[in-house]
Design a protein around this ligand. Structure first.
Ligand SMILES: [Cu+2]
Length: 156
């Protein structure tokens, strides 16, 4: 099982070298109202193998508000920069690419999970170890900035 997880992790990381950036999507304009109805659940990251400087993070964004929201930016002191990645088929090959904004519809939720959309930590100096809590700031168009931590654990 451990070998399988490691292989999965490495294939995930290998795909990241071929990142493409989508054309800019314009983020929501206007006044940023605090949105108490938006919250994060099940925020976690897998341990990252030594010798690589990337890691992935996962979470569920729950938007209980009447307004659509967008995740615009992610930052962490544990990475030079954090991208929002999605998976897309390029011919027969699944690849990751960065997106500029992640829509979270009103009264809906969006889950970032292995083999799907994820937070991509680039320029990771210290590998993510089991039991650690990785600080992350998420910036939403309407809900503003949210601070959270990702629990580093084995994928379940
Ligand atoms: Cu990625």
């Amino acid at each position: 099982m451990k070998a399988f997880i490691l292989a999965l992790g490495l294939s995930l990381l290998a795909g990241c070298g071929q990142t493409q950036t989508k054309p800019a999507e314009s983020p929501a304009q206007g006044i940023r109202a605090e949105n108490p109805n938006l919250h994060i659940e099940n925020a976690w990251a897998a341990p990252s193998p030594g010798g690589v400087d990337v890691a992935a993070g996962y979470l569920t964004i729950v938007n209980g508000a009447n307004l659509d929201d967008q995740l615009l930016r992610a930052e962490s002191p544990r990475a030079d920069h954090v991208d929002i990645h999605e998976m897309a088929m390029q011919g027969a090959v699944m690849q990751m690419r960065a997106i500029n904004a992640l829509l979270v519809p009103a009264h809906d939720q969006v889950t970032l999970s292995p083999n799907g959309r994820h937070l991509m930590f680039n320029g990771v100096k210290q590998p993510f170890r089991l039991g650690e809590h990785i600080p992350v700031d998420l910036t939403f168009a309407h809900a503003g900035k949210l601070h959270l931590t990702l629990d580093v654990r084995v994928p379940s």
